[in-house]
Write a protein that binds this ligand. Structure first.
Ligand SMILES: [Zn+2]
Length: 330
């Protein structure tokens, strides 16, 4: 088995590409503690780290972090591709440290082993600092349809969807921004109230809002981003009651037909060319969740659609949303 043979024909040698990436400014410091001149990397997470942090990464197990030496280990083409795809420490931290609580002290280069270990576990194993929408859904809810997606998968699909138009066989035609505005008169699932959160599913992608404690009329005003594949189905919404000690209870669901939004947006092309106007409509009917007809409008050059939904398969509850269509290639 000749390794050299395999490398023939690669545009730039793997070692070279890895070295170039390491020379990138943000990669001159450990992604976790900021120590200068990191010589190690986590090949699956896509970060360069120092020797001390490397020790902690190794203790997490290779299913969480696969540690390699930049200079001593043999890297496979796939491992190098994965590092290049993540784009370096800044890009990785933009996701893995997106929501570090205010006042939280990140360990410095001289931090003790315990401080370092605590932070690295929180960051990668527990994923405490991810954007709420990227967190694991299966941990909070026992629903089988959501069980299969590990959080690392969700993060990966988010990263690649946002930087490329296509990933494997799936081609994306645009991005859907979903603002979950509020819920009204939601069902009671605990003694007196509920701790609701909303799960949004489009094709293989799943994102969720934060949980709002003891509130049947929660206001989220949270924006989530989903990639829309060429053959898209409805956007599915499920409201759950967060339960600390048992699996989460469902508090209703609804489906949104995305065709009126996307088809009218595509018919008009560059929305920036038009003034504010109505360009489409999704009509209320007996077999959809709409409370009223929902219009698609160009507002300040953006294609938006507001809607009020009546939650289905539940005794009560409604959800207000705003969708925005963001086409690719324009
Ligand atoms: Zn470090």
């Amino acid at each position: 088995m000749s390794k050299h043979q395999l490398e023939v024909g690669r545009p730039a040698s793997g070692k070279r590409r890895l070295k170039d990436l390491l020379l990138q400014k943000d990669n001159r410091f450990c992604a976790d503690c900021g120590a200068p001149d990191p010589k190690w990397a986590s090949a699956n997470i896509g970060v360069f780290i120092c020797l001390k942090c490397c020790g902690v990464h190794r203790s997490l197990g290779t299913h969480i972090s696969k540690v390699l030496s930049v200079t001593l280990d043999d890297w496979s083409g796939d491992e190098i591709d994965a590092m290049v795809e993540v784009g370096g420490n800044s890009s990785a931290n933009a996701i893995n440290e997106a929501f570090i609580p205010e006042g939280y002290a990140k360990p410095g280069p001289d931090a003790s082993h315990d401080e370092r270990a605590q932070f690295i576990r929180a960051k990668y194993e527990l994923q405490e600092f991810l954007k709420p929408g990227l967190q694991i859904v299966s941990l909070q809810s026992g629903k089988s349809s959501l069980q299969s997606s590990s959080s690392r998968k969700i993060v990966d699909s988010f990263q690649s969807n946002s930087s490329h138009h296509s990933e494997g066989m799936v081609e994306f035609i645009g991005l859907l921004k979903v603002k979950v505005i509020k819920g009204t008169n939601l069902a009671i699932r605990d003694m007196m109230s509920s701790d609701p959160y909303v799960v949004l599913t489009l094709g293989q992608q799943t994102v969720r809002t934060t949980t709002i404690k003891s509130n049947l009329n929660p206001v989220w005003n949270e924006e989530q981003m989903l990639s829309v594949p060429h053959h898209y189905g409805p956007l599915k919404l499920q409201v759950f009651d967060h339960d600390t000690f048992s699996s989460d209870d469902i508090m209703g669901e609804a489906e949104v037909d995305l065709q009126p939004l996307i088809q009218s947006a595509m018919a008009f092309g560059d929305a920036g060319m038009f003034g504010s106007m109505q360009i489409g409509k999704w009509l209320k009917s007996h077999d959809n969740a709409l409370v009223n007809d929902s219009t698609v409008n160009i507002v300040d050059g953006r294609v938006k659609q507001e809607m009020s939904l009546k939650l289905q398969n539940v005794e009560s509850g409604g959800l207000d949303l705003e969708l925005e269509w963001m086409p690719l290639d324009q």
